[in-house]
Design a protein around this ligand. Structure first.
Ligand SMILES: Cc1ncc(COP(=O)(O)O)c(C=O)c1O
Length: 368
């Protein structure tokens, strides 16, 4: 028997890939959490230029100074947050940012609050830091409730906040973000705010948690905003004391984010932002098609205000009938046991696919 660390044994492979891989060639795949758009042309060209100019060596561990400056300006412009470039670390996607934040802030046995259901990586990152995940149940409309939070907050080390949310598509209102952050700050609990879907938002307002408190780490990425998931470019920003420690962990696990991706990111953050709006408009149109299709079939669910997911309480039987009909979705227990009666549809796929999926689902709901 090979000896395996308890840390590794304590985590499992994400349940999402399993369903993605279960898709047959004629299935309509609504499992994936990534934009189906191509990376904008000017961003790709910046990377190609960087290659031709030989900008292919290591960069500073924390990232290119000009990129950190651009991200600092982005925080100011879009979020009204003041992070100086020294408080920003460029990472291999938001995934690495979450990992190094948890490694740097959480000690063995520390309690970390996260929602159930929630994004799959959080629990694994907590466990790999030997922290103790403590789950906050959501309300029926898939939001964080202040009273439930109040009951849990005392003595926790960290609270993970994710708005707009994966898997629910819920966006916490500015008032709720403020109340959540104030509750955490009053209890001396650090907030780790994952804002990767900030620009995939409809009829709602995104407020950064950092607006309302100081003991906050903001995590973000180019991945969803600029359709750059494969480039692996993200970042985290926070108080100097935290960033000094995060930089050490980052240095030893990653050295630096890919140089070429960083030049691409520089073009993304400093270039024309109209591509972001174009994608957002298309996601909104797709959301509307899926939401009205499901509603016409009698499915009841909270209409998502952000990200590119519908999280609907279909029950296990209907979920598996939908899969049998050739529409592959993710059963909600992949995101925590509280999601067991739900399923997640990703509408990061073409309108044509969404229309076809609705047609395939109609017989499941007794319509032809
Ligand atoms: C809420 C959330 N945070 C972080 C990530 C990871 O993003 P990245 O691809 O930048 O590592 C994802 C990816 O699906 C996500 O949904």
């Amino acid at each position: 028997m090979k000896k395996i660390s308890q840390r590794a044994l304590d985590i499992e492979m994400s349940g999402i890939r399993k369903f993605f891989q279960a898709a047959k060639p004629d299935s309509i795949n609504m499992t994936l959490g990534q934009p189906d758009f191509d990376t904008p042309e000017h961003v790709k060209n910046a990377a190609i230029q960087a290659i031709h100019e030989g900008k292919t060596g290591y960069t500073f561990n924390a990232g290119l100074p000009e990129l950190r400056e651009a991200i600092s300006e982005k925080f100011e412009r879009e979020n009204s947050l003041n992070y100086n470039p020294d408080q920003i670390i460029v990472t291999a996607g938001a995934g690495e940012a979450l990992f190094i934040a948890m490694q740097s802030l959480v000690d063995s046995g520390d309690r970390v609050l996260l929602t159930n259901p929630g994004f799959v990586s959080y629990e694994a990152c907590i466990r790999l830091a030997e922290g103790k995940p403590d789950y906050i149940p959501l309300t029926n409309d898939l939001h964080i409730n202040q009273e439930i939070l109040q009951e849990k907050i005392s003595g926790a080390r960290l609270l993970i906040l994710n708005s707009p949310n994966n898997p629910t598509g819920a966006v916490e209102s500015p008032e709720n973000i403020r109340a959540i952050v104030e509750t955490a700050m009053d209890a001396g609990v650090t907030v780790l705010s994952d804002e990767v879907y900030e620009h995939i938002i409809y009829d709602a307002v995104h407020k950064s948690a950092g607006t309302y408190g100081d003991d906050i780490i903001t995590v973000n990425a180019a991945s969803k905003t600029y359709a750059m998931t494969g480039w692996r470019l993200g970042y985290l920003a926070g108080p100097d004391e935290y960033m000094e420690q995060c930089l050490k962990v980052h240095q030893y696990c990653q050295t630096c984010a890919t140089s070429i991706s960083q030049y691409a990111g520089l073009a993304a953050y400093t270039g024309d932002q109209s591509c972001v709006k174009t994608m957002q408009d298309e996601y909104k149109a797709r959301r509307d098609i899926l939401v009205s299709g499901l509603k016409e079939m009698g499915v009841k669910f909270p209409v998502p205000e952000g990200a590119f997911y519908v999280f609907a309480p279909l029950g296990k039987e209907i979920t598996s009938k939908i899969m049998d009909a050739g529409v592959i979705i993710v059963p909600g227990d992949a995101f925590g046991d509280a999601g067991a009666e739900y399923a997640r549809f990703s509408y990061a796929t073409s309108r044509q696919n969404i229309y076809a999926a609705i047609e395939r689902m109609k017989p499941v709901f007794g319509e032809d």
